[in-house]
Write a protein that binds this ligand. Structure first.
Ligand code: AHR
Length: 316
């Protein structure tokens, strides 16, 4: 009888511990740039799905491409005393103060995707991100080969002041410098959106008498290129044939455009990186404190040779 009583108490105790354990789930605040592109939406989904799968209490905030909203979100995570903060910064500047506040509150910060320009690298644990400069160089190398080193091109830049736009541009230009025959005759920001890409391309078409003499478009992301493709087709031009295209991201619609013959090549930026990011955060909170300044996510190049396979892989 005594044993039965003891077993009963033990069972009640175990149930109470299990019920209470959800109160010990990791709470992570994630400040996301916005939902400006298909890549961004897929990245948010990866963060949300993986949080669910791992039992993480994710506080998700979409800043809608507004820097002030992003700073507000981070301050709210600090006041909620989350276990860790993950930030995908819109622009590189303006981070020092809020990162200092997180440090004073003893909350570790992880930078993901785009970079920050803060000099004091101890303000965050590490950055988990692809190499945007390499993406620009891969794009430049592909285009230099496709144009055999010669031809006028136009450029659609990403969000002004963002690491993705700045580093990709630099990487591309480093390769372009080796091919003086390739000249960028027009360059403007389309803010990483389909609509932005369409409007900028419409203005390029007007300013160059229907892209006269232009051999290619270099877009800092697929969505801007998809908008530019619409503009070119509406103007009776043939993107992917008369005007070559190169962009970054590898979203399902760019593979569809390749299959339709409207686009040529895209450098893939992996969006399924939720598991990689939480892996680092959990290891850090579990005691592994020594991280390199940058955990690099690899990038690669895709074109019509594997467009169907990539589309299938991405569920498109
Ligand atoms: O920071 C990564 C860039 O941001 C992606 O290439 C673009 O699609 C997104 O908006």
């Amino acid at each position: 009888m005594q044993i039965l009583k003891w077993l009963g108490c033990a069972a009640v105790g175990a149930t109470m511990i299990l019920a209470a354990s959800s109160a010990f789930a990791l709470t992570i605040g994630f400040s996301q740039v916005g939902h400006e592109s298909d890549w961004r939406t897929a990245f948010s989904k990866s963060m949300q799905d993986e949080a669910k799968a791992e039992g993480i209490d994710l506080k998700f905030s979409d800043a809608n491409q507004k820097e002030e909203d992003q700073l507000k979100a981070v301050r709210s995570f600090i006041s909620q005393k989350v276990d860790a903060i993950v930030i995908a910064p819109i622009v590189v500047t303006g981070w020092d103060q809020v990162l200092k506040e997180a440090k004073e509150a003893n909350i570790p910060v992880f930078i993901v995707d785009r970079d920050v320009d803060t000099k004091d690298k101890s303000l965050f644990v590490t950055r988990i991100a692809a190499d945007f400069n390499l993406e620009g160089r891969l794009a430049g190398a592909w285009l230099a080969a496709a144009l055999k080193g010669k031809g006028d091109i136009v450029e659609l830049q990403g969000t002004v002041g963002s690491a993705a736009a700045e580093y990709r541009k630099k990487g591309f230009e480093a390769v372009q410098a080796l091919f003086p025959g390739i000249k960028t005759v027009k360059s403007q920001s389309g803010d990483f959106t389909t609509q932005g890409g369409k409007e900028v391309m419409e203005s390029f078409i007007k300013a160059t008498d229907g892209l006269k003499g232009i051999k290619a478009v270099w877009a800092h992301n697929d969505n801007m290129l998809l908008g530019a493709i619409q503009a070119m087709k509406e103007a009776g031009l043939k993107p992917g044939k008369d005007i070559l295209t190169i962009s970054v991201d590898g979203v399902p619609d760019i593979f569809k455009a390749m299959i339709a013959g409207d686009a040529n090549t895209s450098v893939e930026l992996r969006s399924d990186i939720g598991p990689d990011i939480y892996g680092v955060v959990k290891a850090y909170l579990g005691g592994k404190k020594d991280w390199p300044a940058w955990v690099v996510i690899p990038s690669d190049v895709h074109n019509i040779s594997d467009a169907a396979e990539m589309l299938k892989k991405k569920g498109g």
